[in-house]
Design a protein. Sequence first.
Length: 108
Amino acid sequence: MTSPRKAAAAHAHHEHPATPRAQAQRAALAKRLARIEGQVRGIGRMLEENRYCVDILTQVSAVRSALDALGLELLEHHLHGCVQDAVKSGQGEPAIDEAMHVIRKFAA
């Protein structure tokens, strides 16, 4: 059986045009990721400073939540963009399989 990743790679994938909306979305995602990177560096500083474990764990939880939210937003963009285009072009099955593979990772 072909893996979802291999099946998805077999369908035609293209970059979406750099519309002003798409550029703004990518910029917003990059800004969110930069904030998450700052949070992770902050956890490193907390460890170096031997801060209270519960405070560090709270920050770890916040980073997880932020990454989950970022991932769900990326998934939404993927579904409305790549998967929708694949369905319209008759290549929906492998794109849907790939999307389901990713969604299962989020559900785990």
